[in-house]
Write a protein that binds this ligand. Structure first.
Ligand SMILES: [Fe+2]
Ligand SMILES: [Fe+2]
Length: 366
């Protein structure tokens, strides 16, 4: 795709058949798609890591040692999938999964690189440079996989064409911390499942997920430490409400998106409800390292309203596809149902009976 090409606003709903379409798909941003973020980089640059200096230095030393330096390269374990003869519905969902994962990985890369470029604080710049290094590799590796299906995304174009969402730094911490940890939980859950069920390996990229998810885990650790530099970020009354909001939003969007890929999960032999439960439990347990509240995933209202939210979201999608006056009219009640279900999820009493240690660093253990 060259700089003169226009993005097709409807590209979100198509199955890309070439790189231009894949790039358009990645560049469109609906409520549920991975976003690109921008923030107040000057405020982030003023973070003082002194309160967590010892843990910080240890973390940076580990990341700078670059344990995954040689990991993101195809080797003899990479068996190119037969894209030509793949069931079309599965192919569409596998590509959708890869494009969506690529966009999420590259979103991290763009944000982290920008922080490194704009900052003057050596601690912050070093961390963000290390994380941008990892995310660039992750995105590049997924794009190599997409290239084999002739649907590589033009990342340079994407950087310029995709809309950026502004988030205040604290929202970046909550959202990015959660997306790093949920990314870890997703990758390791798929990896462990395929380890036990190797006949379901529908694409070789999953074989790389074990070491890969350790990068995401350590990025999450970095954001946990950043939040620990200022206790107000996680302990003030208002910020606890925001954390609760981000937990519900990140968790529920993941479930909606996963249920949009039934063929993909069927081919992997993964029950989507089981998978989402597993991933949310792991992420929720991990996030107790820094968040003083946790969603009560065992509360029957959680799954009940999550299902309502999914149905409302599907109805909104159907109305959008229908288009015209009837489609637009149908969007309103579906939107109201979605808002109601989201509010019900938000209002489930949270759990706060865990203790956050002064040094709450974790190692990947799933
Ligand atoms: Fe990543
Ligand atoms: Fe990451």
């Amino acid at each position: 795709m060259n700089a003169h090409t226009e993005i097709d606003p409807n590209a979100h709903d198509i199955i890309p058949e070439n790189s231009d379409q894949a790039t358009s798909k990645a560049a469109t941003t609906t409520l549920l798609d991975p976003r690109f973020y921008t923030t107040d980089f000057d405020e982030m640059d003023r973070i003082d890591v002194t309160p967590v200096r010892a843990q910080w230095d240890e973390m940076i030393t580990k990341m700078a040692a670059d344990p995954n330096k040689g990991h993101f390269k195809k080797n003899e374990n990479w068996d190119t999938p037969d894209w030509e003869n793949m069931d079309p519905a599965l192919k569409a969902e596998l590509i959708d999964f890869l494009v969506s994962s690529l966009t999420a990985e590259f979103s991290g890369c763009v944000l982290y690189k920008e922080m490194k470029r704009r900052g003057n604080n050596p601690d912050i710049c070093q961390l963000f440079q290390l994380m941008a290094r990892d995310e660039a590799r992750h995105a590049g590796f997924i794009n190599d996989a997409l290239r084999e299906a002739d649907v590589a995304v033009n990342l340079g174009f994407l950087t310029k064409a995709k809309k950026y969402t502004y988030f205040r730094p604290k929202f970046i911490y909550y959202a990015t911390y959660l997306s790093e940890k949920i990314g870890y939980a997703r990758y390791i859950t798929i990896y462990r499942h395929l380890e036990a069920n190797p006949d379901k390996m529908i694409h070789p990229i999953f074989k790389w997920f074990e070491n890969w998810c350790n990068d995401e885990f350590s990025h999450g650790e970095a954001f946990a430490l950043l939040m620990k530099t200022d206790p107000k970020l996680t302990n003030s009354f208002v910020n606890k409400l925001w954390i609760r909001f981000f937990l519900v939003a990140v968790f529920s969007v993941m479930c909606i998106r996963d249920h949009q890929r039934p063929e993909f999960h069927k081919a992997l032999g993964i029950d989507i409800d089981w998978y989402d439960r597993e991933v949310l439990k792991k992420t929720s347990d991990i996030s107790k390292q820094v968040f003083p509240i946790a969603i009560d995933l065992e509360n029957p209202r959680w799954e009940k309203n999550l299902l309502k939210l999914r149905h409302a979201s599907a109805a909104m999608d159907a109305a959008k596809r229908k288009g015209g006056l009837m489609g637009n009219l149908a969007k309103v009640p579906a939107g109201l149902r979605a808002a109601k279900a989201f509010a019900s999820l938000y209002l489930i009493p949270v759990k706060s009976d865990h203790v956050i240690e002064a040094d709450s660093r974790m190692v990947p253990s799933y």
